[in-house]
Design a protein around this ligand. Structure first.
Ligand SMILES: Cc1cc2nc3c(=O)[nH]c(=O)nc-3n(C[C@H](O)[C@H](O)[C@H](O)COP(=O)(O)OP(=O)(O)OC[C@H]3O[C@@H](n4cnc5c(N)ncnc54)[C@H](O)[C@@H]3O)c2cc1C
Length: 277
């Protein structure tokens, strides 16, 4: 399926930006192979860590959301497609009494996006649990990255951004199942994060030994608003779009925060959210 001049706000959870040349949603691997990857393009999962900062993205946005989704497991591994949501994975494992992936619950992305970003929460991160990842490179070659070839750190991985993540195998290591963990982590998340509003998660990376949210609060920026975009009162590292916000206001607020935090703490904040134009 190809949609031309598709509104970018429908592609990300913060809902900003103009339109794109085309949104392509392959249904099969064959469809995915046929897409011309020599032109400008970007893969999107659920768009929960991306913000488009343009009136027109002159390229293809490729979403695997229409491809087959699956998850299964055996005693050693968990197998899933990259387009399945983090919530589905953690819920499936919970229902099968497998611990170790409760931290994924509430991350509003796909497993593909979470792998690329090395998403994490509650002192855990996804790439720690990966056995192997199956990808397609930009000329259609299928390849596998196994754990020993993965290099990752806080919200970073060495995965080639021109490749699409197709399938993931996770280690099924936890031997003891604790039914309470998922609900406990869920309620912490609900109490500390604005999960029901238009946002793209944390805007800035935590500087070494610091929390970006604390620095933003310390610079007295909580609640600061530029037009339709404001800093959440619940979590200062989240910007919320009240529905009327624009990417220009979003960028202006980023600038204000960076300047104030730098003036007060001499610390340069860096964006965690991926800005695409
Ligand atoms: C309310 C809220 C709470 C959040 N909480 C957390 C949290 O606790 N921890 C955390 O780490 N993050 C959090 N996030 C950020 C975000 O949800 C995660 O980074 C998530 O893993 C992104 O997944 P996605 O599918 O939305 O990826 P996208 O935002 O669509 O994409 C992210 C990156 O991955 C690439 N990508 C996506 N899919 C593929 C694929 N199949 N193949 C190749 N590349 C791909 C994209 O090109 C892009 O570079 C939160 C966001 C929100 C809005």
């Amino acid at each position: 399926m190809i949609k031309h001049n598709y509104p970018l706000k429908n592609i990300t959870t913060i809902g900003l930006g103009g339109t794109c040349k085309e949104l392509i949603c392959p249904v099969t691997i064959n469809d995915l192979l046929k897409i011309n990857k020599s032109r400008k393009h970007i893969y999107v999962g659920n768009g929960s860590n991306i913000c488009f900062i343009t009136d027109y993205y002159n390229g293809s946005i490729i979403s695997l959301k229409r491809m087959k989704r699956f998850i299964s497991h055996d005693d050693s591994y968990i197998y899933c497609s990259s387009n399945i949501s983090c919530n589905k994975v953690s819920r499936y494992l919970y229902n099968n009494e497998i611990s170790g992936f409760e931290f994924l619950h509430g991350i509003p992305g796909t497993i593909g996006g979470a792998i690329y970003m090395n998403a994490g929460a509650f002192d855990d991160e996804l790439l720690r649990h990966v056995h192997s990842i199956e990808l397609l490179d930009s000329v259609g070659n299928n390849y596998i990255i196994s754990n020993k070839d993965l290099h990752y750190s806080y919200r970073k991985s060495n995965i080639d951004k021109k490749s699409s993540i197709i399938r993931v195998t996770l280690n099924n290591q936890a031997k003891v199942f604790d039914r309470n963990i998922l609900n406990k982590l869920n309620s912490i998340r609900k109490n500390t994060q604005p999960i029901k509003q238009l946002s793209c998660g944390c805007i800035f990376r935590n500087p070494k030994n610091q929390y970006a949210a604390k620095l933003i609060e310390g610079a007295e920026l909580k609640g600061t608003r530029v037009g339709g975009i404001y800093i959440s009162r619940k979590h200062s590292n989240y910007f919320i779009n009240d529905g009327s916000g624009t990417y220009k206001e979003f960028l202006k607020l980023i600038k204000i925060v960076k300047n104030k935090v730098f003036t007060k703490y001499n610390i340069k904040l860096q964006e965690e959210v991926i800005l695409v134009k």
